[in-house]
Design a protein around this ligand. Structure first.
Ligand SMILES: Cc1cc2nc3c(=O)[nH]c(=O)nc-3n(C[C@H](O)[C@H](O)[C@H](O)COP(=O)(O)OP(=O)(O)OC[C@H]3O[C@@H](n4cnc5c(N)ncnc54)[C@H](O)[C@@H]3O)c2cc1C
Length: 412
């Protein structure tokens, strides 16, 4: 078979395949995935799925009939083990070969594993796939004391779900604040309060020295300094790493992700990449970044699909992310960026506010709590390079939408 082959059937891969087809690509399209289920949404895995409010069926991204109607073949349960760029061929784990004219690598990312004594014990879990989520959900049902290693998005979302299920939860975070690399300090503080009020114990600046078992199962987590926390379930959420090894072995440039341009093209003709597994230059970050978000995977996948169909449109979206914790919605627009000034709009006490981050006078990011309206405007302001004056931002009677037309303003 030749035509377009996509490795990875998640947000980026599916978007690339559907877009290429819809934009007029007429050759065969095959999407290969090592997972056996239909493509599914990952964000609910740590939220509604763990809470039992959404089943596996509800996670499915597209009905199977959609792929048939677009003449896209979904090859599930097959792992790609090698890419031969020169021959235009992929090797699958079962020994089969798959030819391609165009290739999209959308292999995503995987959970970073923890390297401490006891890491291999039963009851030490990660959360990335539907299978892992189903396993974690079953274990949560039986667990009483849960220790979560990592105060990032996955850790905090699991903490929120576990607390809602009535479990005793402790979050261990090595940094001095929650979500340090993603949100402004004011939002970190707010989230700390929310988790604490919900009964989650949060230990900041704490490092795990060992996970302790009774032979096969975890019974405690030990911190540097000797503190021991009882645990019958440990969830590790210490970040993700890109699945770029296949690409690297095929000679494609990789630097914390597969290096691509604004159309998702690698340096090799006909080979593209999109999603969590890529690194790209972002004008919003002022440098090369690797993003793990649904918006990024879909938008970059779309740029790839368009490029394959010969209708090039650069990927130039402002990075966006959301997270649901304890009934509040956190939304972030702009790359996790340096800031030298933060301005709050709205009311922290009322739990409805946004933190506007500035760097050298320019608006670079906005984190919002329960404030989708600010997010919509902020996205457009940042995309247009418009920086409202902090005084205007602070004044909640000031209509930020009006500033979209007013153009860039000097920051006081
Ligand atoms: C629990 C959880 C909660 C999340 N919550 C949010 C959220 O609230 N908001 C948000 O924006 N983002 C969230 N994310 C992140 C978001 O899900 C990812 O950014 C997104 O899934 C990336 O899509 P992708 O297509 O790049 O890769 P992935 O979704 O990682 O998919 C890659 C696919 O490729 C397959 N694959 C890899 N290697 C091979 C191979 N060699 N052969 C065949 N197949 C292969 C993998 O098995 C996988 O199915 C969350 C992620 C998780 C795990």
């Amino acid at each position: 078979m030749s035509g377009l082959v996509v490795i990875g059937a998640s947000y980026a891969g599916i978007q690339a395949a559907l877009t290429a087809r819809d934009a007029g690509y007429a050759e065969p399209v095959t999407v290969v995935t090592d997972e056996t289920s239909l493509p599914y949404q990952r964000p609910p895995l740590s939220k509604d799925f763990l809470l039992g409010e959404m089943g596996a069926q509800g996670l499915v991204m597209h009905d199977e009939s959609l792929f048939a109607s677009k003449q896209i073949e979904l090859l599930a349960g097959h792992r790609v083990v090698a890419i031969d760029r020169h021959a235009g061929r992929l090797a699958l784990a079962d020994g089969a070969l798959l030819g391609f004219d165009r290739l999209v690598i959308a292999t995503g990312s995987r959970a970073r594993t923890i390297a401490v004594r006891g890491a291999e014990l039963g009851g030490v879990c990660y959360l990335r796939s539907l299978d892992e989520a189903a396993d974690l959900k079953a274990r949560l049902g039986e667990a009483g004391e849960i220790v979560i290693i990592g105060g990032g998005f996955i850790g905090l979302e699991v903490a929120s779900s576990a607390a809602k299920l009535g479990k005793r939860v402790t979050v261990i975070e090595a940094a001095s604040r929650l979500l340090e690399r993603a949100v402004s300090p004011v939002v970190s503080r707010f989230l700390l309060d929310i988790h604490t009020q919900a009964g989650v114990a949060v230990r900041l600046g704490a490092s795990v020295s060992a996970i302790v078992g009774d032979g096969s199962r975890v019974v405690a987590v030990e911190l540097d300094g000797g503190v021991r926390l009882g645990a019958d379930l440990v969830v590790v959420g210490i970040g993700g790493i890109p699945n770029h090894e296949l690409a690297a072995a095929a000679g494609l440039g990789c630097a914390n992700g597969i290096v691509v341009d604004q159309h998702g093209r690698t340096a090799r003709e006909g080979v593209y990449s999109a999603g969590d597994c890529t690194t790209h230059f972002s004008r919003f970050a002022g440098g090369w970044i690797r993003l793990e978000s649904v918006q990024h995977a879909q938008d970059q996948g779309q740029a790839v699909g368009l490029a394959i169909a010969g209708r090039h449109q650069p990927y130039d979206s402002v990075p966006r992310f959301w997270s649901d914790q304890h009934d509040l919605k956190l939304q972030i627009v702009g790359p996790a960026a340096r800031s030298d000034r933060i301005v709050v709009r709205g009311s922290i006490e009322a739990g409805k506010f946004s933190a506007f981050s500035y760097w050298r006078g320019r608006l670079v990011g906005v984190d919002s709590i329960n404030n989708p309206g600010d997010q919509l405007v902020a996205r457009r302001l940042i995309a247009a390079g418009i920086s409202p004056a902090p005084g205007e931002v602070e004044d909640s009677s000031c209509d930020l939408r009006a500033l979209l037309k007013a153009g860039d303003k000097a920051v006081a």
